[in-house]
Each structure stands twice: as structure tokens, then as C-alpha cells.
Design a protein around this ligand. Structure first.
Ligand SMILES: Cc1cc2nc3c(=O)[nH]c(=O)nc-3n(C[C@H](O)[C@H](O)[C@H](O)COP(=O)(O)O)c2cc1C
Length: 244
């Protein structure tokens, strides 16, 4: 059995990983430049190396370049966008409608990541008590792909303003397979420093201290030393050379 000899990454490797995490963005504006096969191969293999419950690897990937099929997905998006808009009123609805929330046609490549919950089932190590863990595993494949794409200079945009039944029909996805993520992939026009929804004034990143609970959700304990480190920009500057 092989094993890693060095448990700790060099500073450069560590920095690379954090850069990918913090500089990843949901991208909706793409250049028409095609994605080379060798790059696509790398991000797909990165996705396939995600953790999965019982090592079931429940994902599949549908690779979509055909413009006609993408036009049909875009039409579904437009219908669902109208339904989404209807849940907001006034200025909030106007803001929602002003946001660009997909790059289905502009991106040279679209991908669907799916989940087959029953793969290697019905007896799956680790899936008896919490049934949703197969879906969680497929989401981790998406995140791996998203981060690898960022390191390659590729933007990824997740489009959830769609109907899964339409994806089943348009792409002949079997009924037992769940579409998890519809992704637009291509070279990004830019990677904004902050989420587009934040710069557009939709929502802001929550302060980490509001999300931390010590010992129990309600115990009310605290850990000022940890909180100080989380909020201390110098801690991050060590890694990001001042950029964060
Ligand atoms: C499950 C999921 C569904 C999403 N669906 C959409 C979508 O339909 N359209 C869109 O523009 N962005 C979508 N996003 C992207 C989020 O808006 C984005 O991740 C969030 O605003 C934070 O921005 P960032 O990814 O650039 O950090 C989705 C993200 C996730 C994780």
C-alpha cells in the first residue's frame, strides 16, 4: 500500500489551495475560447477524486457542447426565472430581474453532474442512517471540479433555476439518476473579488462569528482567541500576501 511521506504541504502548495478556494467565483460571463480536452480531462478527474459515502462514487457527468440542446435549457431557465421573480416584490424583484444568473449559451461547455443514489446499493456502507449522503457526495464532486477549474483559469457557473424533469427529458437521464448540478464552464471574462450577489447588494457574507457555536448551539460559550484569529486580517495576509 502506498502512503504519502510528507503530511504537510509546502507553503507554496498550501497557498495555491487557499487561493483556489478564496478566488473561486460563480461565473456567468464567458469568453468563447474552447476548453481544451486536456484541461477538461483534469477537472473531470479532480471531480472524480471527491470523497463519497462508502466509496460509491455516485456521480456521472454529461458533457454538453451542442448549441440546440443548450438553447432548450435556456428556454427552461427563462420559464423558471419568471417563476422565481414572482416570489419577490418591488425593488427586490427589479434587482432580481437585473441579475445575470446563467451563461448557458455563452459558455462553450455545459456539464451536468448527477447522482445515482443506489449505485452499489441497496446496502451501502455509511448510508443506512442518513439517506441523503449520496447527494452530499455528488455535491463534493462539484466543488472539486469548481476549484480545479479555478486553478485552470476556467469559470464555472451553477444554474439551479431549472426543472430536473426537463433535464431528464432533454438529456435522456434515467429516472433513478438525480441531476445535481447544471454547470456552465469556460474561460471567465473576469473573476470578481467578491460574489456578484454581494456587489449587486443582494446579500452579504455573514460574519464568521455569527456562525460559530461552542459546545452546543445554545451554550453561549465563546473562544475569544479563536475568534480573534479568524477575524485577524494579518493571519490571512501571511498566506495571501495582503490580498485577502
Ligand atoms: C446549489 C447552488 C445553486 C446555485 N444556483 C445559481 C443560479 O441558478 N444562478 C446563479 O447565477 N448562481 C447560482 N449559484 C451561485 C451562487 O449564487 C454563488 O455561489 C453565491 O452567490 C456566492 O458567490 P461565489 O460562488 O462567487 O462565491 C448557485 C450556487 C449553488 C451552490
Amino acid at each position: 500500500m502506498s502512503s504519502e511521506t510528507s503530511a504537510t504541504f509546502s507553503n507554496e502548495l498550501r497557498q495555491g489551495l487557499y487561493e483556489a478556494i478564496f478566488r473561486r467565483r460563480d461565473v456567468r460571463e464567458f469568453l468563447p475560447t474552447p476548453v481544451p480536452d486536456e484541461t477538461l480531462a483534469r477537472i473531470l478527474v479532480a471531480a472524480h477524486h471527491a470523497p463519497s459515502v462508502g466509496f460509491t462514487q455516485p456521480w456521472d457527468f454529461v458533457i454538453i457542447r451542442d448549441l440546440e440542446r443548450r438553447r432548450r435549457v435556456k428556454a427552461v431557465f427563462e420559464e423558471e426565472r419568471a417563476k422565481n421573480a414572482a416570489q419577490f416584490t418591488g425593488a427586490r424583484r427589479e434587482l432580481f430581474l437585473s441579475l445575470k444568473l446563467e451563461g448557458i449559451i455563452e459558455a462553450p461547455l455545459n456539464l451536468i453532474v448527477t447522482c445515482t443514489p443506489e449505485r452499489f446499493g441497496p446496502a451501502v456502507l455509511g448510508r443506512v442512517s442518513i439517506r441523503e449522503v449520496s447527494v452530499y457526495s455528488a455535491c463534493l464532486a462539484v466543488e472539486n471540479l469548481w476549484l480545479a477549474a479555478r486553478a485552470e483559469g476556467l469559470g464555472v457557473g451553477w444554474v439551479s433555476i431549472l426543472r430536473n424533469e426537463a433535464l431528464h427529458e432533454l438529456f435522456a437521464i434515467p429516472p433513478e439518476v438525480v441531476p445535481i448540478a447544471y454547470l456552465c464552464v469556460g474561460y471567465a471574462r473576469e473573476f470578481p473579488a467578491e460574489p456578484v450577489l454581494e456587489s449587486a447588494g443582494w446579500l452579504s457574507r455573514l460574519p464568521p462569528r455569527s456562525l460559530l457555536h461552542f459546545e452546543s448551539w445554545t451554550a453561549g460559550a465563546s473562544d475569544p482567541g479563536l475568534l480573534r484569529r479568524i477575524e485577524d486580517r494579518d493571519t490571512w495576509r501571511e498566506i495571501f500576501g495582503g490580498r485577502k
